[in-house]
Design a protein around this ligand. Sequence first.
Ligand code: NDP
Length: 483
Amino acid sequence: MTKKYFNFINGSWKEALNGNTIESRNPAAPLEAVGNFQSSSKEDLSEAIIAADQSFEAWSSLSYIERGSYLYRAAEEMEKMVEEIAETATKEMGKTFIETKGEVKRSIAILKYYAGEGMQQIGEVIPSADSETMLYTKRVPLGAVGIIAPWNFPIAIPIWKIAPALIYGNTVVFKPASESAITGLKIVEVFEKAGLPAGVLNAVTGKGSIIGEGLVENDHIKGISFTGSNPTGKRIAIGAVERGIKYQLEMGGKNPSVILEDADLDQASKMTVDAAMKHTGQKCTATSRVYIQESIYEKTKEKIIKHIEAIKVGNGMDEDTYMGPVATKSQYDSVLAYIEKGKKEGAKLIYEGKSLTNELREEGFYIEPTVFEDGKEGMAIVEEEIFGPVIVLMKTSGLQDAITKANSSRFGLSAAVFTNNIKNSVIFSDKVDAGMIKVNGETTGSEPHVPFGGMKDSSSHSREQGKAAKEFFTSIKTISTTI
Ligand code: NDP
């Protein structure tokens, strides 16, 4: 029988009041059920929000060291569950077991980082105009916060939101994406095992239109941290502004890689392909536009295609798989539709990403890597986030032209330049519109202790991770004490 998974509310695992569940299926074998999770209603959500609200006073009154000790214990518990969490994630959303194991390990590092980060300063002493007055700032938690997570990093993204929320004294209601809900609940299990007090972290699964919206609307929720698509993010922003609460959005990208003639072409071509195709291209930081200097275009293209040809598509649980299936049927349909659009709009298909899936889709939502060239501004494959294994190669006359083209996108999450000329790298880093910039590196990848986020339509201009998380999950008080 398919295993049932429950909401975690006020320290207990609970069935949704309406008794409804949703079946999670494996995108590598869509007839295989991974488990059933609760299709909750606003009543379940309300119970979770009340628990978070009521536990806020006690949790925020603990010292940073006490709160940090729970995060250290959660990291220890997660270490015991690396394989279990990773396997669940691979089975729910398809990316390879190597990648999901890496994601759990990264999440452990994030937990440890925030456990220690709690010991850092939470304010500043500033000289007052009055010598009898001590003037200082102090950061305080927001209260009960809502965390709405996506499926593409079903472990690391929830953790990089939950860990700072907790360490700075907030309590949490977490809504995992439906495509990775069971993985989300496994994360919560880690905190339960760490002995986190009841009500401090709650998880409610169910439809985004019910549970996600319900979080934004509820008066007890004092902040929303969201990662996902632009339309949903913008909707959340409107709701949050109406209620006058803090919100943080990390959304899409259309990330450029620029390869200049002085680059190490072997390194550039390998990293560009990895940045585009790992996780089956389903990263907000994945490379999707590649600008190659004309003088080295043909030989770089050849090298890129060689790497593409070597990619093995298959079940993420198989050791030699480089690229698993896309996460869902709707992703599958959407990526194939973009490939068709690219052909119709006149881009040249130089490596055809065929569907490897039979009519009944029993074999999984597999799509081969796809490479276009001669992309032009205005084409959907050059402008829109595809979130799949598709790249477009385009020629550039040099650095300035590449920067102009890179900046032509409405997105501004990450960008890479491959060059051995330090001047080019500095100019690119200064002028490109992106929150994350790599010189001789993949557009993807971030470290837990530095700010993560984008410019333009990629973000609400706030940043996550590192010390930047403190800015979102706290509010500043300015205190003036006169003796
Ligand atoms: P969504 O933005 O719809 O989902 C992200 C999260 O928001 C999920 O937890 C979802 O819940 C929730 N949600 C959905 N509707 C609402 C709502 N009205 N109010 C509040 N929360 C809501 O993204 P999708 O999963 O549908 O992916 C679609 C596209 O978004 C992808 O193809 C990709 O282009 C982009 N995307 C970008 C990501 C990134 O990291 N930047 C991550 C994921 C997607 P539920 O799952 O239950 O619907």
